[in-house]
Ligand binder design. Structure first.
Ligand code: RIB
Ligand code: CA
Length: 315
């Protein structure tokens, strides 16, 4: 039985790789994509989600537009990382498929109420606004969630958009605080692990030698890696969001701890910080499996296999 998921996303080149990995994997049934404003404004993220479905040969997949701004703050975007469109690095044709009518939050609520309890996993890989809005509007769906597997936060790596905060959490800290406190089973892929998921030049060239999916990933990586190379001096692009899907496919590749994680929503210098009690000193109740390490070789072998299979399927 395939695992049913909804990917809540702000594509973003790394979101794109995560979505393609999910659509390439028979163990996963993607019930739909819900777009949220984040890396770039909503009109770009919703378009990018449609473009990715068509690239993957899935014009049937429901794609919903969601929140165009955080719960209670102005939107902060990251064009400096992802480019103006969010998928800079490759020029893809405008989508012919349309958004599915309706709001992303209603889709989240209706799906979780319709599907048997405990059978739908939420995979947020952007700011958590849509998820928080769904939980606020329909608290009855929270116990029906099988698991939330999100990319966001940091502990040892501290922050990437501010000295103390990771982008997805920083954009909507109030939403993150609500989701982390909701009580649904929560697995967090923070910068601590995603900064280890760095592409290598040989792997990128292996992608480039594949079909159009691999070639797109290679070109997105070429564009996306420049930010981290300039900032951290690292070689390669961090595949943040694909770590969530890889966790669903091969959790044995990862390791972490079940700890308490709180979200700073008032700090003058620490807004959006994930206060991860890694050393369990706070006495606060654990609420998240906080991942710190990954078998990088195994992760990229999984990506290569699945993207190769998808490319061969699409011909
Ligand atoms: O901090 C990395 C996260 O922010 C990733 O999800 C990336 O796509 C951006 O949304
Ligand atoms: Ca993202």
């Amino acid at each position: 039985m395939a695992r049913k998921i909804i990917i809540d996303t702000d594509p973003g080149q790394d979101d794109a790789v995560a979505i393609l990995l999910a659509l390439a994997s028979p163990e996963i049934e993607v019930l739909g994509l819900t777009a949220v404003a984040g890396n770039v404004p909503l009109h770009h993220t919703q378009r990018n989600a449609l473009v990715l479905c068509e690239l993957a040969g899935r014009p049937d997949l429901p794609v919903y537009a969601g929140a165009e701004a955080p719960l209670s703050r102005p939107l902060v975007t990251a064009e400096h990382v992802h480019g103006k469109t969010g998928l800079d690095g490759v020029t893809l044709p405008d989508p012919t498929m349309a958004l599915t009518p309706g709001h992303a939050v209603d889709f989240l609520i209706e799906t979780l109420r319709r599907e048997p309890a405990g059978t739908v996993t939420l995979v947020p890989i952007g700011p958590l606004t849509n998820i928080a809005m769904a939980f606020q509007r329909a608290p009855d769906i929270i116990p029906r969630v099988q698991e939330i597997v999100l990319m966001g936060g940091a502990y040892f790596e501290v922050g990437n958009i501010t000295p103390t905060a990771e982008f997805n959490i920083y954009v909507d800290p109030e939403a993150a605080s609500l989701v982390f406190a909701a009580g649904a089973p929560l697995t967090v892929m923070p910068l601590d692990v995603t900064h280890k998921a760095l592409t290598s030049r040989p792997w990128v060239e292996q992608m480039r030698a594949m079909g159009r999916i691999g070639q797109a990933i290679a070109s997105w990586t070429d564009f996306f890696e420049r930010y981290d190379r300039e900032k951290y001096g690292s070689e390669g692009a961090p595949l943040h969001d694909p770590c969530t899907i890889a966790w669903l496919l091969a959790p044995q590749l990862f390791s972490g701890r079940f700890i308490n994680v709180e979200i700073e929503t008032r700090g003058e210098f620490t807004l959006g910080m994930t206060v991860a009690d890694w050393w369990r000193v706070s006495g606060r109740t654990p609420n998240a499996t906080f991942i710190r390490d990954v078998d990088v070789k195994g992760l990229f072998e999984l990506l290569t296999r699945r993207i190769g299979e998808l490319d061969r399927r699409l011909g």
